[in-house]
Design a protein around this ligand. Structure first.
Ligand code: NAI
Length: 332
């Protein structure tokens, strides 16, 4: 089977080539292109049975139509999330979609806590200040997390890891999910309104679906405690950015940490330091002193990349052998 990798970065190539060599996947041939998979580039997949894509690509119906015309039978997402794939169209075109669930929940959860701590204790500013021989502390005061309440929205693999980290910090842990995670015996499951009202730190870990789109908006923000810390490492669409900006302006938040945001498509993973940003939302968010933004890097840890490459290759092998391994995703 020939697999075409879209949006390849040097680290993707390094980890996938290493995995390929390690297991001698001789039946599988890997080719890499740097371009992102979109309806405009999908035709590059002609002659390939499978494509490998990531969260920053456009696998909407038009792209999938073209992939199907090119003979693609398998979409390998090298990610856990798959909200950018039109699953109904893939099913209609008899294309299997596979993903990598839970490759390193701790990698993402640790980044969520890093964002909470950075935004709270201003370590990013302190670092720059001290390098400039400015040893003053004004504007750097934070709050302790110990003894406070964390509200975890979505307690699957990453949310559970974040809940454990918060518990380790000496926080009381509230949780909200459509299913309860029995391993979190220290957490108190509540309804969403109670979680919003009682939490000092709210961390989002549910997937982006029609149901969760703009879960955080003016009304839900109003239900939060004043001085709350909000962290989103899940998907940008969970938060209505305009409402968030209004909330920040109104002084609702002590700190906000975002690894994902609504306008990240097109800019995420690219060096745009010489460009003029086309959208203003990110620029506006970056202007607030209590907001820290990273570029969808929660997954970016060695262990996670290794697990992603190994599972993706195993997914390809399973598909070739006509087996199912539970990593297939289908429209409901
Ligand atoms: P998971 O499937 O293990 O857990 C998701 C949880 O959300 C499940 O327990 C599910 O019941 C819950 N959920 C679903 N709908 C909900 C709703 N309406 N309200 C509350 N809870 C709901 O997924 P996992 O591995 O924990 O990943 C979570 C999300 O993290 C992914 O969907 C992805 O968007 C994001 N992610 C971000 C990464 C990054 O680099 N920043 C890397 C990997 C994942």
């Amino acid at each position: 089977m020939k697999i075409l990798f879209f949006g390849t970065k040097s680290y993707d190539r390094q980890f996938f080539d290493d995995t390929w060599r390690e297991k001698q996947y001789e039946q599988i041939e890997l080719d890499y292109v740097e371009t992102l998979l979109t309806p405009d580039t999908a035709r590059l997949a002609r002659g390939y049975e499978a494509v490998c894509a990531f969260v920053n690509m456009d696998l909407s119906a038009p792209a999938i139509e073209i992939l199907a015309d090119c003979g693609v039978r398998l979409i390998l997402m090298r990610s856990a999330g798959f909200n950018n794939v039109d699953l109904a169209k893939a099913k209609e075109k008899n294309i299997t979609v596979m993903r990598v669930p839970g490759y390193s929940p701790e990698a993402v959860a640790e980044h969520a806590m890093a964002l909470a701590l950075t935004a709270n204790r201003h370590t990013h500013k302190a670092y720059v200040r001290v390098r400039e021989n400015d040893f003053s502390l004004s504007g750097l005061m934070g709050v302790t997390l110990h003894g406070k309440t964390a509200g975890i929205v979505g307690t699957g693999k990453i949310g559970a890891a974040m809940a454990r980290i918060c518990h380790g910090f000496g926080m009381n842990v509230l949780a909200y999910d459509v299913f309860q995670n029995p391993s979190l015996d220290f957490a108190e499951y509540t309804d969403m309104d109670t979680l919003l009202a009682r939490s000092d730190l709210i961390s989002l870990h549910c997937p982006l679906t029609e149901e969760t789109y703009h879960l955080i908006h003016t009304e839900t923000i109003a239900k939060m405690k004043d001085g709350v810390i909000l962290v989103n490492t899940s998907r940008g669409g969970l938060i209505c950015t305009e409402d968030l900006i209004r909330g920040i302006r109104d002084g609702k938040f002590f700190a906000v940490g975002l690894d994902v945001y609504e306008e990240e498509d097109g800019s995420v993973y690219e060096d745009l330091s010489d460009a003029i940003l086309k959208h203003s939302t990110v620029a506006r968010l970056l202007n607030f002193p209590n907001v820290v933004v990273t570029s969808h890097q929660g997954f970016f840890a060695r262990e996670a990349l290794l697990a992603i490459s190994r599972t993706t290759m195993e997914n390809a092998l399973c598909f070739m052998q006509g087996k199912k391994n539970g990593n297939e995703v289908e429209s409901k």
